[in-house]
Each structure stands twice: as structure tokens, then as C-alpha cells.
Design a protein around this ligand. Structure first.
Ligand code: KG4
Ligand code: ZN
Length: 329
């Protein structure tokens, strides 16, 4: 079975070809136009998708040495995401699907992030815990099977990715903030500045990052670099506070569910400090991450999950619409 995946939930225009569980190509075009605005401008993002989609899809087909007539279906992100950008991708997918007379499968972007872990660990067995950490979500899930998900805890305010992005803005760094902070933190000492870790009550599986962001804001108000504390020390300490919180919640979730396996999903899963920290803090646990290219937004996870949905007969009528605030349950 050969599936074309299309992802346009935010500012990445992405297409991928999946064939019998193997990713043959994954093309991602990041819209750099937004960096000068310090965040994604929805209207511009939709127009950029419109401009780029044809080329990105053609490139995915070329790289996989496939042509349109070999496609069995098209999988496309239905939500969550920006209404306009989702609609651009869905309209493109429907037009192509109707023209080729093949099914169009709507995919939940969050579910796509989770299933990207099967690309890294084919032998992954249910049930497992999932830490979903993206720009808009920070949640812990117990994954009992496809479409059998139980929410264990989530953030009360900002998402972890948002803590990176808003922190980067306070620090005068570019967007997206995660990779910028990670790069500069490599040259800093994470123990130099103490930032609060909001662990809430002792057993809580919930998160809160807004206090951390505010404490960075106040700290930067009268911070001046000295030979004692460099800006990179501040950045490393801020990153460490986010990472420590995530690791502690994963530890609690594994304990609470009596499970040994946790998969990490979403853009923040690309963070090496998180990856190393989990391995060091939770030795003996089975911690799984997607390949770096499949952590941040991509269409490989959409084409892969599209094929699974199709094989499990999860078909949808063609009149499905975008669901900007789509949930996982
Ligand atoms: O999953 P994703 O690409 O898009 C959403 O679905 O939201 O996640 C984007 C988020 C952004 O907040 C970005 O700053 C963060 O993931 N991110 C990172 C890293 N790469 C991306 N955060 C920390 N370290 C990274 N290396
Ligand atoms: Zn995402």
C-alpha cells in the first residue's frame, strides 16, 4: 500500500510517501518568513502552504521514485492546528484524491506525533506511556492501543514548547525558541541560576510552566553579564528547569501506571538535554524517541498513520472538515 501524507497544521509544509510501513520520502519546507515576526502569522502561513504544496508533494514523489498513479490513498492532517493552514492542506488533498479516485484519510496531528515512535521502534508493544510535548501541548498519556488513549495529566497553563518559545522571546532569541535555547545552553552551566520547578503536589501528573517564564522575565529585568554568570548560564539554567520538570513527571507516570516504556512525542522530543536526562535519570526504563527529523512537524508521521488507519478500515467520508482544536480522545 502506498500513501501520500500531507501536513500543514502550522508553518511546515510537508509531504511524505509511506509504502508498507516504510517511509520512502519525507520533505519538509519550514516557512522562515515568520522568524522576523517572532511567531507564526496564520494568514501568511496559509498563503505559503498554497504556494509550496505542489512542489513539496512533487519532491516527495520524486524522492520516493513513485508517481501519482501508484498512490492508494492520501492522508492529511485534520487538526489540531491553525484553521486556515489546515484547510489549505485538506483542500489540496481532497482535490488530488477526487481526481485520482482514491480515499482521503483525515489524521489527528497529535496521534501522528505519537505513532512516529513506531518508526523508531517497530517492536513497540502496548500499553506504554507517552509524553507529548509540542508547541501547544504538554500531556502524559497511557496508550493502550490505537484509539485507546487515557489522559494521565496535562499542563494547567503553557506547554513545554511554549515555555521554550516565550523564554526565547524574553532572551531576545529567534523563533522557534527550542532549538535556539538548546544551542546556546551547550555553552552554559545549568546549575548557575535557580529557576523554580513547578512540580505541584507530590504525586501530581500535571504541569505548569507560566511561573517559570515569569521568573525568567523578572530575572532578566536587572541581569547584567559578569565573569560569574554569563547569558549562556542563564539559558542553560532555564532549559534545565523545563527538562527537570518533564523528567520528574515521566518518572511519576511510569510508577503510577506500573509501566516500563515511555515514548516521547512532539517537537520538544528533539531536545538532547531531555533525551540524555531521561536516559540518565531513569536507567533500566525503555525510553523511546522518534528520529530527530520525525520529532518536529513532518508528514512521515501522517503518511505512516494514514496507512495504519486504512489497514484498520478507519475510512472517513470525503466531506470531513478541519478541526482546529481537535483533541486526542
Ligand atoms: O511538534 P512541533 O514541531 O509543532 C507543534 O505541533 O506544536 O513542536 C514545536 C515546538 C516549538 O515550541 C519548539 O520550540 C519546540 O517544539 N522545539 C524544541 C526543539 N525543537 C523544537 N524544544 C526544545 N528543544 C528542541 N531542540
Ligand atoms: Zn506538531
Amino acid at each position: 500500500m502506498t500513501i501520500l501524507g500531507i501536513e500543514t497544521s502550522c508553518d511546515e509544509t510537508a509531504a511524505s510517501i509511506c509504502n508498507d510501513g516504510e517511509i520512502l520520502s519525507s520533505v519538509v519546507s519550514r516557512q522562515i518568513i515568520h522568524s522576523k515576526f517572532g511567531g507564526v502569522v496564520p494568514e501568511i502561513a496559509s498563503r505559503e502552504h498554497e504556494l509550496l504544496l505542489n512542489n513539496v508533494v512533487n519532491e516527495a514523489l520524486n524522492q520516493s521514485k513513485m508517481n501519482l498513479s501508484q498512490l492508494d490513498a492520501i492522508a492529511v492532517t485534520q487538526g489540531p492546528g491553525l484553521a486556515g493552514t489546515l484547510l489549505t492542506g485538506i483542500s489540496f488533498a481532497k482535490g488530488l484524491g477526487i481526481g485520482l479516485q482514491i480515499p482521503v484519510v483525515p489524521i489527528n496531528h497529535l496521534e501522528g506525533h505519537i505513532f512516529a515512535n513506531f518508526l523508531a521502534a517497530k517492536q513497540l508493544k502496548y500499553p506504554f506511556v507517552c509524553l507529548l510535548v509540542s508547541g501547544g501541548h504538554t500531556q502524559l498519556w497511557l496508550i493502550n492501543g490505537m484509539e485507546k488513549y487515557r489522559l494521565l495529566g496535562e499542563t494547567r497553563d503553557d506547554a513545554a514548547g511554549e515555555a521554550f518559545d516565550k523564554g526565547a522571546r524574553i532572551l531576545g532569541l529567534g523563533y522557534p525558541g527550542g532549538p535556539e535555547i538548546e544551542k546556546l545552553a551547550e555553552n552554559g552551566n545549568p546549575s548557575k541560576v535557580f529557576f523554580p520547578r513547578s512540580l505541584l503536589s507530590k504525586d501530581s501528573l500535571e504541569f505548569s510552566f507560566s511561573g517559570l517564564k515569569t521568573s525568567l522575565l523578572y530575572f532578566m529585568d536587572d541581569f547584567e553579564e559578569t565573569s560569574e554568570i554569563s547569558i549562556n548560564d542563564v539559558i542553560a539554567s532555564y532549559q534545565q528547569a523545563i527538562i527537570d520538570t518533564l523528567i520528574e513527571k515521566v518518572r511519576r507516570a511510569l510508577l503510577y501506571t506500573n509501566n516500563e516504556t515511555c515514548v516521547i512525542a512532539g517537537g520538544v522530543a528533539a531536545n538532547k538535554c531531555l533525551r540524555n536526562g531521561l536516559n540518565i535519570t531513569l536507567p533500566g526504563k525503555n525510553i523511546i524517541y522518534p528520529d530527530l527529523a520525525f520529532c518536529t512537524d513532518n508528514a512521515a508521521m501522517i503518511s505512516y498513520l494514514g496507512e495504519l488507519k486504512l489497514k484498520n478500515k478507519r475510512l472517513s467520508p470525503i466531506d470531513f472538515s478541519a478541526i482546529p482544536n481537535q483533541k486526542l480522545e
